[in-house]
Ligand binder design. Structure first.
Ligand SMILES: NC(=O)c1ccc[n+]([C@@H]2O[C@H](COP(=O)([O-])OP(=O)(O)OC[C@H]3O[C@@H](n4cnc5c(N)ncnc54)[C@H](O)[C@@H]3O)[C@@H](O)[C@H]2O)c1
Ligand SMILES: [Zn+2]
Ligand SMILES: [Zn+2]
Length: 375
């Protein structure tokens, strides 16, 4: 079938993207779902920094690629052998498909699914192959098995979670990446206890979800750190007790002084070495740094070795919120519906698909938090 999709044709084009237009909204061909796959009619898709990182070259990926990985929609058709979904089901995407059989999957760590990671790296669906083409047959790469900046997607049934039909799609889309990543970092990776203290380094769509989770846990102190004052204002409105600007050379020292030696937990959600070093610096003795930011493959960060040892600090990486999506997406939706996790406050703009390049400019300049494309 024919449909509209946002195709990344070139990376590292000059800014603003509204002028260089690296993403083309084009009519392309979508194959029917194969065995174990479904056709999803897209209803809402969030714009995440990981998409921007493919455009600006921070996450090198092949082109042409159909972008987008945070979305919710409706099952429109099912392929052979699919029995967990039926037409009309509401679903959220998961940006790591889980095969259910590999060692990480059977060990309860589906975010590390090995066939899932391989398919994502190759720009294919979990079952192998690509379902997208244009220009008389040229294949288009899938982004992490999702490619949701499009009217429809064919995806592995292992890339989807059934969600509550009463949840509006724009809100549902956020649970697909920003919410599971930020909230999962706090609840799954750090396993932060109630009433603790936290620093959020990088207060965009993902970091502010970590902030909301820390608040839900009754954190005594939530320190928000960003390079952009507008993000610090958002953080304060959502429950940060203190804000610090990372562009200030004294930032780490000021945070440590203000918090009696630092915070017990720090969450890095910016995707830079500087942010990682700030997160480590503001973590108190015995504390834990959890990093979710995705930087360039050649980026390294520096820490003082002796402090790691003598102060018994812990550094953790966290992908997909270290979530079990089938358990955590419905759980976090339930938190939202009970008013514990007001993630709808993170949606700052709703955008039509043909404004995708402009949306990436606004994410890049920090003008918006989560923008949601509405279909
Ligand atoms: N681990 C995962 O599974 C996962 C999932 C989604 C996103 N991510 C990554 O998380 C990061 C955040 O994504 P997002 O969509 O929230 O991005 P965003 O652009 O909305 O937010 C990033 C924030 O970091 C701030 N920042 C930049 N440099 C900083 C510094 N040195 N110190 C403090 N703050 C700084 C920016 O001002 C911005 O507010 C990205 O790297 C993204 O690729 C990871
Ligand atoms: Zn994302
Ligand atoms: Zn697996």
């Amino acid at each position: 079938m024919k449909m509209r999709a946002a195709i990344l044709t070139a990376t590292k084009t000059p800014k603003p993207y509204a002028t260089s237009r690296p993403v083309e909204v084009a009519e392309i061909e979508l194959d029917a779902p194969g065995a174990g796959e479904v056709l999803v009619e897209m209803r809402a898709a969030g714009v995440c920094h990981s998409d921007l990182s493919i455009i600006n070259g921070t996450r090198p990926r092949p082109t042409p690629m159909a972008l987008g990985h945070e979305a919710a929609g409706i099952i429109a058709d099912v392929g052979v052998g699919v029995n967990r979904f039926k037409k009309g089901d509401h679903v959220a995407f998961v940006f790591v498909p889980s095969c259910g059989h590999c060692i990480p999957c059977v060990s309860g760590r589906p975010a590390l699914c090995e066939p899932g990671a391989k398919a994502n790296l190759e720009g294919k669906l979990l079952g192998g192959g690509r379902r997208l083409s244009w220009k008389g047959g040229e294949n288009i790469y899938h982004q992490v098995g999702v490619s949701c900046f499009a009217d429809y997607a064919v995806a592995s049934e292992r890339s989807l979670i059934k969600i509550d039909n009463s949840l509006p799609f724009d809100e549902a889309a956020l649970f697909s990446c920003a919410v599971i990543t930020g909230v999962g970092a706090v609840l799954n990776a750090a396993q932060m206890p109630i009433g603790s203290t936290a620093a959020i380094v990088g207060c965009g769509g993902v970091g502010l979800n970590a902030l909301l989770a820390a608040k839900m846990l009754g954190a005594e102190r939530i320190v928000a750190i960003d390079t952009d004052e507008r993000k610090l204002t958002h953080a304060q409105q959502l429950g940060a007790t203190d804000t610090f600007n990372a562009t200030d050379n004294r930032c780490i020292k000021d945070v440590r002084d203000a918090t009696n030696g630092g915070l017990a937990y720090a969450f890095e959600a910016a995707g830079t070495a500087e942010a990682m070093e700030t997160a480590y610096g503001v973590t108190r003795r015995g504390g834990t740094v959890t990093s979710v930011g995705l930087s360039h493959p050649e980026t390294s960060f520096q820490i003082q070795h002796v402090s790691l040892v003598a102060e018994e600090k812990t550094i953790k990486g966290c992908y997909l919120g270290s979530c079990v999506p089938a358990r955590d997406i419905p759980l976090y939706i339930n938190f939202y519906q009970r008013g514990l996790l007001p993630v709808n406050k993170l949606i700052t703009r709703k955008v039509p698909l043909n404004e995708i390049n402009e949306a990436f400019d606004r994410l890049d300049t920090g003008e918006d938090l989560r923008q949601v494309i509405i279909f």
